[in-house]
Write a protein that binds this ligand. Structure first.
Ligand code: DGL
Length: 269
């Protein structure tokens, strides 16, 4: 199975695109719902929680794990890849979603000015700035943290006046900082659920970029380039779900993210 990890429900927006692009593969999704959100937690805590989840996915038979969470990718991926895998799991791989997005984002902009909406954890890690610099050194990148957006989604407040207020507030703040921005990246897996609010707050000339498509096509590409990994992945077109909260909690919340009629297994770390 391909393991897909997120702090909670947000990674389901990435999973959906992975399932579309790799319909024959089996996926095991783990949402650390009991400890979400990660966005405002310390580096040490995000690393510890993410590593525990990755270990669990390895234990359950995933040779490849995708951290479908920007906060975990930004704060935990490098340490896991450099310090844990070579020593404990030399034949397993963990991939994140920051780098594949950074490799593409500059191609969307004409003005060379882009904006990034993300959690406070992702913004302060500067991961996007560091990664984008390698591929598009002349791109002007403005990051903006939106601490209210994840709770709005998780509390089912999409489409309300309150949601529109908090989305407009952050969009205006970003564009005030750099009015030449013509491309905005949603670098938090929850944010695609606020698409309607974000689109109506953005001027029509600004393009909105979602990560799901990018991550899915980069994963397809990765598997083509790594047949030794590809051959270890099971094919049955099945997706299973794990959560650190209760099954009922996950199944109900996943519904908000468009996953209907699923059943989740509850685990404790
Ligand atoms: N899924 C996380 C991300 O993409 C956001 C949710 C959280 O703060 O835990 O950054």
């Amino acid at each position: 199975m391909i393991g897909v990890f997120d702090s909670g429900f947000g990674g389901l927006t990435i999973l959906r695109d992975l399932q579309k692009s790799l319909p024959d593969y089996d996926f095991l999704y783990l949402g650390d719902n009991a400890r979400a959100p990660y966005g405002s937690r310390s580096f040490e805590t995000i690393y510890r929680y993410t590593l525990e989840s990755v270990r669990e996915l390895f234990k359950r038979g995933c040779p490849l794990v995708i951290l479908a969470c920007n906060t975990a990718s930004a704060r935990a991926l490098r340490s896991i890849q450099q310090q844990v895998l070579p020593v404990e799991f030399p034949d397993r791989r963990v991939l994140g979603i920051v780098r594949p997005t950074a490799e593409e984002i500059g191609n969307f902009s004409r003005t060379g000015h882009i904006g990034i909406f993300a959690t406070a954890g992702t913004v302060s890690s500067k991961s996007y700035l560091i990664e984008i610099e390698q591929f598009f050194p002349n791109l002007k990148v403005t990051q903006h943290a939106c601490p209210m957006w994840v709770p709005i989604v998780e509390c089912g407040e999409r489409g309300t006046e309150g949601a529109r207020f908090f989305v407009k507030k952050e969009v205006e703040a970003l564009l005030r900082e750099d009015p030449e921005i013509d491309t905005v990246l949603l670098a938090c897996t929850h944010y695609p659920l606020l698409e309607a609010e974000i689109r109506s707050a953005l001027p029509p000339r600004v393009r909105l970029v979602f990560q799901g498509d990018i991550v899915a096509s980069k994963t397809v590409d990765y598997l083509k380039r790594h047949p030794e990994m590809d051959s270890r992945l099971s094919r049955g077109g099945k997706t299973s779900f794990l959560t650190s909260d209760t099954s009922k909690f996950f199944e109900k919340g996943a519904f908000l993210f468009g996953m209907k009629d699923i059943s989740a297994e509850s685990l404790t770390f």
